[in-house]
Design a protein around this ligand. Sequence first.
Ligand code: XIL
Length: 410
Amino acid sequence: MPTRRTVLTQGLQAGAALALGGFATRCLSQQAPPAHADEMTINSAPHAQLAAPALPPPPASLPPEAVAVSGANSLQAHARSHGMVAGAAIVVRALQSDPAMQQLIAEQYGIVVPEGELKWRALRPAQDRFDFTESDAFFAFAKAHGLQVRAHTMVWHNSVPDWLQNSPKELDVRQLLVDHIQTVARRYSGRVHSWDVVNEAILPADGREDGLRKSFWFDRIGPDYIELAFRTAHEADPHAKLTYNDYGVEYDNPDETVRRAAILSLLRRLQQRGVPLHAVGIQAHIKAGSPSSIGKGLAEYIESVRLMGLEVYLTELDVNEDDLLFEDVARRDHEVANTYRSLLSVALANPAVKSVLTWGVSDRRTWLNDGPTHQRKQPNRPQRSLPFDRDYRPKETFFAMRDCIDAHKA
Ligand code: XIL
């Protein structure tokens, strides 16, 4: 039986071997050039949850490679010493029978965000009812492990319950939204680092001059639903940093150039009207093998946000590797890690960036496996999109993230 010390030492050796095994020790040196023209970045989440891929059970305890990167070697320790917090999205129900994952999260992160537990579809089974079972369990988990919380999200076009979507035109949706935000934000007031008050409100393709998405909330309340949500949230929880969160701002291509401009002008309008707004979330759902590159556009976007006096959070980082047409796992992992580097080397050059969260922890669970939207080219291939593999060993991506965090100027 190996002792804890030998396990740790072996783990450290394995970690060191991995860290030196042919990939960059410096964040900036590994960016592959873009290859071809872009296609639309898909970020709308599918509603239907397909069965998770059949996997053997998770490990009963952390593998030595994961032990080797805990404590001072963790993402959170590195993030903290560079003025940031590292985190991940979790599904609290999936953790209950998985002590190794619980330990991994507690070791690696300083902040967690619920994948779905605070969305309307989870909280509102009916017009006159709230169900806090899952969200309370999420907050209890965070508290038990000393983790901060990002709360996600109060307003999102993609999580409108069917009863609300189909509600009669006479229903006062404005009042319903106010009541919802007051009830949820007050319940967790003082326990939230930041609230994603409004998620994905911009869609220039909808053709409006102000770039607003013609969503359920827009249709039923009007364009001022955004301002209403932020003002109500601030009253209900004055401690939380109120965040506008969106996707499609990462790449240098015409579509995302338009998206960035539209988001910035929304933020300016909100500031001019004195709306309480403290931070901007960049989802960072990016793709391996993307024809577009990440560079000037993202750098200028983050700098513009910084000049507005707002913080920047990388809120949902992951890499969709559906476009990689080869099977070799090490090669795929290398491409994925390089894709992380391509984003982080740009984003973390700006001191306004205060947090880095991935959308998930291990390849055992990623929303990218939930439906066909993200697996068009490789329909039966589970994505390798996150820093830990399905047995909770750190992948090249983990080390790429840590290197890039170390390059951050606080
Ligand atoms: C996704 C969750 O991961 C899924 O489990 C759920 O079915 C749908 O939503 N952008 C967001 C997140 O802001 O809320 C989405 O999360 C992923 C895309």
